[in-house]
Design a protein around this ligand. Structure first.
Ligand code: PMP
Length: 422
């Protein structure tokens, strides 16, 4: 029964039962963690062979990968990810181990020098603003905050960012220089940006002539079901709309091979690639091509990546199903929370009663269950409704996911009963 339909006496009884369940939890001395979206050891084991690669040190074109050079990255690895991301091989760079670093560098180059189509460096403008669909990825927001870029939020819908809200903002304000999008299996909402939304964003009129879409496709291949979402081809959409330099695409193998020793990619128009490597050349003589070669040998081709991702799915899909089962069975009838059922990616986004997310996280912490801080999925850590909690179930073993989720459900119910006055 919905908690709001209970009489005052019933609600008091309900609260007492949940509080007792909570006290039991605290007594158990749990030590569980649903905070960061990290691959589990079993997932990392899928790529163990990388540790005995590469065989030899020569790339297909004869490049000695041990030496300096090759700023755009090893051709055979770029070829594999160009095919997967649907871009030309001359439109992609393979870099170091972190796409976040490429995003950071790209922001700094814009601030110091301006982009391919900028009149001035962004940094000389009085203010620079970015649009942030929320809930979104906390590190995107902390990067912008760190570089003094103001953040304007728009709602993330199940089809991607709310296009009308974005259009209304960018139409008149030239200080709005860009926006984030995690187009496929968004962090944390799981949304997949539809072709319609992507087309509208690629084509929309912007007051800033050098408006950028930071298209962070971190979860492009991370399917959890047979219905494998295909990312919109943002580079082609932007090109046909007359804004070829608008999107900058990011991706990495962080959640494909090793989170700490994968390969990151940046894609864009050929001019964007020349612009990016032109700036990069000042800080690097070339990337870790040994890592590129071992990744290329490990995968073989694009299908090798697809097959590998199915092995990840076999490990993590049961954990996501378990999150759904516990939420449904523990919270469903009480109508105090809603959540998404992602078809891919690394997260479940849980919305609890307004004003109770921080309390849930606090209760969970006291019971030994670490959750991502409430508000983390919003710029400045400020969730105006204090209702969103990001759950990351990939890292703990399945039995710990069950225990942690049961604890979360109890905390949600305790906080809801408190909020309703019990
Ligand atoms: N983008 C998103 C949306 C992510 O969720 C993450 C990892 N949590 C990253 C980027 C980080 O990627 P990388 O390891 O390539 O820096």
């Amino acid at each position: 029964m919905a908690l709001t339909d209970l009489s005052a006496d019933e609600l008091r009884d309900f609260a007492a039962t949940q509080r007792a369940a909570y006290d039991d939890l605290v007594g158990k001395g749990l030590k569980l963690d649903l905070t960061r979206g990290k691959p589990s050891a079993a997932q990392l084991d899928l790529s163990e062979e990388l540790l005995s690669l590469p065989h030899g040190h020569l790339a297909a074109d004869g490049t000695d990968v041990r030496n300096y050079g090759g700023l755009t990255g090893l051709a055979e690895l770029r070829g594999i990810f160009a095919e997967l991301l649907g871009v030309g091989t001359d439109q992609i760079v393979a870099g170091g181990n972190a796409s976040l670093t490429m995003m950071s560098d790209t922001l700094l180059y814009h601030l110091f020098h301006g982009g391919v189509d900028s009149e001035n460096p962004w940094g000389v403008e009085e203010s620079v603003k970015f649009i942030c669909p929320v809930p979104g990825y906390d590190r995107h927001f902390s990067l912008l905050e760190h570089y003094g870029i103001e953040m304007l939020t728009v709602p993330m819908t199940p089809d991607g960012p709310d296009v009308a809200a974005v259009q209304a903002l960018v139409a008149d304000d030239p200080s709005i220089k860009g926006m984030w999008i995690v187009p496929t299996y968004a962090n944390p909402s799981g949304a997949v940006c539809t072709l319609e939304v992507a087309s509208a964003l690629a084509a929309m009129d912007t007051a800033a002539p050098d408006f950028k879409i930071f298209w962070d496709n971190a979860y492009a291949f991370h399917h959890l079901t047979d219905e494998e979402a295909k990312s919109a081809d943002i580079l082609s959409l932007a090109e046909v709309s007359g804004h070829p330099h608008r999107p900058i695409v990011f991706a990495s193998t962080s959640k494909i091979t090793f989170a700490g020793a994968g390969v990151a990619f940046l894609a864009g128009s050929t001019e964007t690639i020349a612009w990016y490597t032109g700036h990069l050349a000042k800080s690097s003589i070339g990337p870790d091509k040994v890592n590129h070669l071992r990744h290329a040998q490990f995968f073989g081709d694009a299908d090798g990546v697809r097959t590998h991702m199915r092995a990840h799915r076999a490990i993590i899909a049961p954990k996501f199903e378990e999150v759904q089962r516990v939420l449904r069975e523990s919270l469903g009838e009480h109508e105090v929370a809603t959540w998404n059922t992602p078809a891919g990616g690394y997260f479940v986004s849980l919305d609890v009663l307004d004003g109770t997310a921080s309390r849930v996280v606090e209760l969970a912490k006291a019971a030994g269950v670490a959750l991502t801080p409430a508000g983390a999925s919003f710029p400045y850590g400020d969730d105006p409704r204090d209702r969103n909690i990001r759950l990351a179930p990939t890292m703990p073993p399945l039995d710990e996911v069950t225990q942690a989720m049961q604890a979360v459900a109890t905390c949600v119910l305790v906080a809801a009963a408190e909020k309703l006055g019990a």
